[in-house]
Design a protein. Structure first.
Length: 118
């Protein structure tokens, strides 16, 4: 490789890659971070409104149970997808509500490995 001369400029020109501009990149990164922060804050507000509506409709105890099951269903959906969750008879709202955290994590691990069966 000592005989070869290598330059990145011709490759950048061929690919039409704009040169890096550190100041502009930093500003763009900061703007993107600010936008993401706004989205997260908006999401937190929306989630809090949903939780408050659940509390009003169901009462604090039932709302907490519904929220816990909703979070667990969401985690299962991320692993196996909606069609598979529709067809199973063994994973129910009541079962999800009654499982302690350790057993739910075991269930989640098993679903990742073996999937869901009807």
């Amino acid at each position: 490789f000592d005989d070869l001369t290598f330059s990145i400029e011709p490759i950048e020109e061929e690919l039409d890659v704009p040169p890096l501009q550190p100041d502009t990149d930093v500003v763009q990164i900061q703007d993107t971070k600010n936008e993401l922060k706004k989205e997260v804050d908006n999401s937190k507000d929306k989630i809090q409104k949903i939780r408050n509506n659940l509390r009003k409709a169901l009462g604090p105890r039932r709302a907490a149970q519904a929220w816990k099951c909703a979070e667990r269903i969401y985690q299962l959906l991320q692993v196996c997808g909606l069609p598979y969750l529709y067809f199973t008879m063994t994973i129910t709202f009541s079962n999800l509500e009654e499982l302690n955290e350790e057993n739910f994590l075991t269930l989640l691990r098993e679903v990742r490995i073996h999937g869901v069966h009807s």
